[in-house]
Design a protein around this ligand. Sequence first.
Ligand SMILES: *Cc1c(COP(=O)(O)O)cnc(C)c1O
Length: 437
Amino acid sequence: MTQAIQAPTQSAVSSGATFTALKCKECGTEYELKATHVCEFCFGPLEVTYDYSKLSQTVTRETIQAGPNSIWRYRPFLPVETNTPIDLGTGMTPLVQANRLARRLGLKRLFIKNDAVNMPTLSFKDRVVSVALTRARELGFSTVSCASTGNLANSTAAIAAHAGLDCCVFIPADLEAGKILGTLIYGPTVMAVQGNYDQVNRLCCEVANSHGWGFVNINLRPYYSEGSKTLGYEVAEQLGWQLPDHIVAPLASGSLFGKIYKGFQEFIKVGLVDEKAVRFSGAQAEGCSPIAQAFREGRDFVTPVKPNTIAKSIAIGNPADGVYAVDIARKTNGNIESVTDAEIIDGIKLLAETEGIFTETAGGTTIAVLKKLVEAGKIDPEETTVTYITGNGLKTQEAVQGYIGEPLTIEPKLDSFERALERSHTLGRLEWQQVLV
Ligand SMILES: *Cc1c(COP(=O)(O)O)cnc(C)c1O
């Protein structure tokens, strides 16, 4: 086992810190709070541990509410020491009560956690990167990097620019134009790798071992992944310090799914919310659904697949936290489902037309799975259900091009407008009749 490259400087944990160690999720071996992510004994993933008795003594609903309007209101639950974290207003995104979508699906109380408008780069990844780069700075890294399916490169490049860190990101060469442009604009070095995400990730593991860089989702992964817990904290706080009955979230590596679970458990543990059994359901695209397959077949191991789907942001064929996601869905009486690319496009349109929220393919996947689960009777209409929308549709425009109609081109004359309006009404009625038949 190669030792992780040490960062140039290491700072000791100050006495005010609430995080205590890195601990192997499999064998429990503890490690110092450095830039390392794999257990040397059993190759299990490392996770940050906290001093929960200290947290329950010092954190209250009031201290949280007095904090900034960003993920950093939960700083004691995040693995950083500084009181001045990198804060671009990440987090505290709207929790929208989705009444029109609920009625369409036959649910009574449905909410959308809308990270399509997260800051600064319009996806949930801003949460994990804000935490990872704050920690990277504490550990003394000057160059940061990532292996990305698109959104992570956007976030890492933007937040590194703000923090004045050098940045080099790795992406699969065939990403959507909006994701590539939305990275290049911040001026990082961009390596477009001719291969899929899993090949990009393998290359980055080698680079992480040979260069002293902070890879947010490799050697900094234990810190990075903690950022996703804020998706759980915020929903609990926004529901009036209560947990929902059921959540539906997308699965790529499976990390965010497990961290929403950890976030809820921590809030229960320190007494910020009442104990409640929340059901966890996960969403994958059929063209890359190794976790859904393992769940369906009752396996406790995940067999890697080769991705082939329009949902590129969640196309990870060999998901690092897949087995943990399966375990959580099972023990909470949830489900993991997959949907086709056509259903994903319908999901994007359904959310846009009912709620005015334009999501990317990952969000389309989640909405389509939500619909599938309701239709199969796997979500009770009475359940308070929260669906996580993790990315913005403007970044994956090519996914819906050709499926959304076209503008009516008219001359700048009133009669041209009237004719076009008449035509569109007739068309609208015809379409409506087809639906009714
Ligand atoms: C990365 C990503 C996910 C999934 O993240 P994991 O934590 O790896 O499961 C979901 N949605 C979007 C838009 C993403 O970019």
